[in-house]
Design a binder for this molecule. Structure first.
Ligand SMILES: [Zn+2]
Length: 451
């Protein structure tokens, strides 16, 4: 490792400004000569810039020449409005779908901040005008096309198959009469999931910054997932119950919805009503329909958005079996709690957890083998059937990552692992040495490495 002081002046290097110790706040600064390129500008939950702001790292947002956004999850894009309001005026490169999804996601955050301001008189974050200003700086690029950046670098975007529009970046540039290649994977998806296509192999480079969320995990196969999920639904329908599916609004809701409709159409599931209670997912659906492959909308199975709380109450208290997908992937908030409170003590019903559940979340407590759970100020009898459905993850697991990185092993200088818990990174580090990488680095927060 080198410190800022000992770094060669202007020598290509990357500073790790977020997403090092956890999966939050993804943000990496590539510098060479007088250029500064920021890859992702994500938010840690409930905070503005990680720690105390970009300026505390000696980086004036106005000094950044361009931003490259891998995808629209808030831990990758959530600080963009601050970056712009604090002086960044350069282009923000991403795919067209990422641009559209990011706008919906950031406006939703702004709306929450504005509501809080209206309620408490205190501003907790950016507003819609800040988001609109940031959106003006977006420049969209298609997968595969080579694009010039400020006449000093060329970028190419590859499908990372993590969520609609997600990409990895390959950037080529010259410094001191030498060619350099930098690759940033963003979040990598999996082989064999519907809708978003297959992830592209990671190209070799002088430096790769690679995610490692599930570097030490092996997901259930999608075939196992189909088996688990369809049998849970059939069991529930047989006992005249309802299936509740908490799901994050961006991506997971759409993947689950697509699968359920597809399975009903192909006879894997009985045709029962599907309701979706998630205003944000409904807005995101419009972007999915605009950018999605024919595969996504090729089913005739209808479903219904629950537009208001009254609609939701009416549908959830009806007698007949149905599937309700609702916002709040870990049951920590969102519309799912309205449904869970009605059905939690009904042993005919089931709760299908299709997302990661962090240790103390209500979702994790629902999974724990205890008879009761506590939330909203009281204890609830947990008589609903609870099942973890593991195979919907949008992140590559150990097998996917080694397959995606295998071609790059022999010709890559350094590979830096980010966006993962320690155990995941350590397991992947070992795997990558076995694969033939010669220099695997696990950076700490605010470390800088030369390319
Ligand atoms: Zn992501």
């Amino acid at each position: 490792m080198i410190t800022s002081e000992s770094a060669g002046i202007g020598k290509p290097s990357v500073r790790f400004l977020g997403g090092t110790e956890s999966i939050l706040g993804s943000m990496y600064l590539l510098e060479f000569g007088s250029y500064r390129f920021l890859f992702d500008c994500g938010r840690e939950i409930h905070s503005r810039f990680p720690r105390t702001g970009l300026r505390s790292f000696g980086i004036d947002p106005a000094s950044i020449d361009a931003v490259f956004l891998s995808h629209s999850h808030v831990d990758h894009c959530g600080n963009l409005p601050y970056l712009v309001s604090e002086g960044f005026i350069g282009p923000i490169y991403c795919t067209h779908a990422t641009r559209d999804l990011t706008e919906v996601v950031l406006l939703d955050s702004a709306r929450i901040h504005e509501n809080e301001f209206a309620r408490t008189g205190r501003s907790s974050g950016f507003n819609s005008a800040d988001v609109e200003d940031a959106m003006e700086q977006f420049v969209t690029v298609d997968y595969g096309c080579e694009t010039d950046v400020l006449d000093v670098a060329k970028i190419r975007l590859f499908n990372s198959a993590h969520v609609l529009g997600s990409c990895m970046f390959q950037m080529d540039f010259d410094w001191n009469r030498k060619n350099f290649r930098f690759v940033f994977t963003g979040d990598l998806g999996r082989f064999g999931l519907p809708i978003v296509g297959e992830p592209m192999h990671v190209p070799s480079a002088d430096m790769i910054v690679c995610e490692s969320t599930y570097g030490g995990r092996i997901h259930d196969s999608f075939d196992e997932t189909i088996q688990q999920f369809t049998s849970l639904i059939k069991r529930t329908v047989d006992r005249q119950g309802k299936v509740l599916v908490p799901a994050f609004s961006l991506g997971r809701t759409h993947l689950v919805l697509h699968c359920l409709r597809h399975w009903m159409e192909t006879g894997l599931l009985p045709k029962i009503p599907i309701y979706v209670d998630s205003p944000l997912a409904q807005l995101i659906e419009e972007v999915y329909e605009e950018h999605q492959t024919a595969e996504y909308i090729s089913t005739n199975i209808e479903f219904e958005w629950l537009e208001s709380k009254d609609d939701a109450w009416y549908r959830t208290t009806q007698r007949d079996p149905c599937i309700i997908i609702a916002s709040g992937g870990m049951c920590e908030g969102g519309r799912i709690l309205d449904h869970l409170k009605v059905h939690i003590d009904d042993p005919r019903c089931s709760l299908a957890l299709v997302s990661h559940q962090s240790p103390n979340s209500i979702g994790a407590q629902m999974l724990a083998p205890t008879p009761k759970v506590r939330f909203h100020g009281r204890e609830w009898n947990k008589w609903i059937e609870v099942a973890k459905i593991g195979g919907f993850s949008g992140h590559a697991d150990t097998h996917d990552l080694t397959r995606l990185l295998a071609n790059a092993a022999s010709e890559t200088g350094k590979i830096c692992l980010v966006h993962g818990e320690t155990l995941q990174k350590e397991t992947l580090e070992q795997k990558l040495y076995e694969l033939g990488f010669s220099n695997v680095i696990v950076p700490s927060f605010d470390q800088r490495f030369e390319m």
